[in-house]
Design a protein around this ligand. Structure first.
Ligand SMILES: Cc1ncc(COP(=O)(O)O)c(C=O)c1O
Length: 318
């Protein structure tokens, strides 16, 4: 029996198949070990409670794009939950560089860096039980975003799961607990879509379960106010690029009415950069197959920005 392709094969995190990923080496607490041996305790705070923070970074030509911005977010999150990693941003860079080198990877790679409160003395919630120091893991995979996804675009379904207020669990925490997003993704999948479009507590369009969300209307680029979504590095770069290149850009409240009537829509994230949206709730967005002209323009500007950042980092390292 042939298996139906799952929605995961057509999501914003869909990558071209790469058999080399079976043989990668993974950093686990100071050691770089084969994938099959990369393990953490069942008592780990991340496993038990989702008590940890992570970052997704991309490697281009030997450099981690927008490294400082990723470290700003990570260290802000760690500080906010009093999780002392014992690391500095330069220490993190050393871990990532050593792991990439151990795998012979210099480009077209994605890293999931995870820092949890570490192993617990007992299987209960209190952070004081996490007394053996943090768990640090870096998984670096060969990764090229799926061309089929770029060519066809993503289908979104608006889901009942909303983004919460910041005083419950602030969406700016890139925490191991992604249950809010996972529920949204399940709801989208069950509605026959690839990814969930999430509203804010007031019913305005906010973000998707895994990416930030933009629409293009009558030559303007709109995204949410940023109040209930991940403070995406790519999101901010797109806003900055629009401002620097004379493209009108607005962070504002807007409803599904305006999203359905958009000329283009796209998602942003480190993994896929800018991914076109083909439809929302069964309504086709725009007249283009794949990315529309504004999305293409922003993609090109973003690609140049990555190249500039990589060149700057190389020059700074000497
Ligand atoms: C829920 C969510 N939204 C958006 C993003 C995109 O953020 P970035 O552009 O920094 O990769 C992420 C990535 O971690 C995320 O988890």
């Amino acid at each position: 029996m042939t298996q139906e392709p799952s929605h995961a094969d057509h999501s914003t995190h869909a990558a071209e198949e790469d058999a080399r990923n079976e043989a990668i080496k993974i950093y686990v607490n100071g050691e770089i070990v084969p994938k099959a041996e990369a393990k953490v305790s069942v008592y780990d705070s991340g496993f038990m409670l989702g008590d940890g923070m992570w970052e997704g970074l991309r490697l281009y030509d030997g450099e981690w794009a927008f490294f400082d911005e990723h470290m700003d977010r990570l260290f802000n999150s760690l500080k906010s939950v009093s999780l002392d990693s014992g690391l500095t941003p330069e220490g993190v860079r050393d871990i990532l560089d050593r792991t990439a080198a151990a795998n012979g990877i210099t480009s077209d790679a994605h890293c999931r860096l995870m820092i949890t409160r570490g192993r617990k003395a007992k299987p209960f919630q209190h952070p004081q039980l996490s007394r053996f120091g943090p768990t640090v893991v870096a998984i670096i995979e060969h990764s090229r975003p799926s061309e089929a996804v770029q060519a066809k675009g993503i289908r979104l379904a608006t889901v009942p799961q909303v983004r919460g207020l910041p005083m419950s669990q602030d969406a700016k925490y890139n925490s191991h607990s992604k249950l809010n997003c996972v529920i949204a993704c399940l709801q989208a999948e069950q509605a026959g879509a690839d990814e969930g479009l999430m509203l804010d507590p007031n019913g305005f369009v906010n973000t998707t379960n895994a990416c930030n969300f933009f629409i293009v209307r009558r030559g303007e680029v709109w995204t949410s106010t940023g109040d209930y979504c991940m403070n995406g590095v790519t999101r901010q770069k797109v806003i900055d690029l629009c401002m620097e290149n004379g493209i009108p850009v607005r962070e504002k409240n807007y409803s599904l009415y305006e999203a359905y009537g958009a000329d283009e829509a796209f998602l942003t994230g480190t993994f896929g950069a800018q991914t076109p949206v083909a439809e929302i709730d069964g309504k086709r967005i725009g007249i283009h197959e794949g990315a529309g002209p504004m999305t293409r323009r922003i993609r090109a500007l973003y690609k140049e920005l990555v190249a500039e950042d990589v060149a700057k980092q190389k020059a700074a390292r000497g």
